[in-house]
Write a protein that binds this ligand. Structure first.
Ligand code: SF4
Length: 141
């Protein structure tokens, strides 16, 4: 589930509804491509509360919720260490990313192979597949 400003109150209901129906679930946060993206849940009190709720759910259902506590804690802030559209800590190189033409996407899975395409804002990133690597010790060093 990608958590955003519209659906963040549905997390507990979603876990109740799908536990026992599907094998696993992972959570990440919406990553904006523009500064005024209203779907983004900004850093701060509400986002921290959402992360804390996720951590409680992960402790309760460790075999169902795939995120680790360390990764979820990273989601409270700018884990990618990026500046604007440029990733710094994010190990974007760790996953091979090809589009439908076999061309490499940049800077990551939500990017594009078109160098002129709009790019995600790394310092506001909420993506799960890279933040889990940082939580496990992978960094762009
Ligand atoms: S996952 Fe993508 S958007 Fe997020 S920090 Fe890495 S390169 Fe930037």
């Amino acid at each position: 589930m990608t958590i955003n400003s519209l659906n963040y109150k549905t997390i507990e209901d979603l876990v109740s509804e799908w536990k026992g129906v599907i094998n696993k679930i992972g959570f990440q946060f919406h990553t904006p491509f523009g500064d005024n993206d209203r779907l983004r849940l900004p850093y701060g009190k509400i986002r921290n509360q959402v992360v804390d709720t996720l951590i409680q759910l992960q402790r309760k259902y460790p075999d169902f919720i795939m995120n680790t506590q360390r990764q979820l804690e990273l989601m409270k802030g700018s884990w990618g260490g990026g500046v604007s559209n440029t990733p710094i800590d994010c190990p974007f190189w760790a996953i091979l990313l090809l589009d439908h033409k076999g061309q490499t996407k940049h800077p990551c899975c939500i990017g594009s192979s078109d160098p002129n395409a709009i790019k995600p804002i790394c310092e506001k990133c909420g993506i799960g597949c890279y933040s889990i690597l940082v939580a496990q010790g992978f960094k762009n060093e």
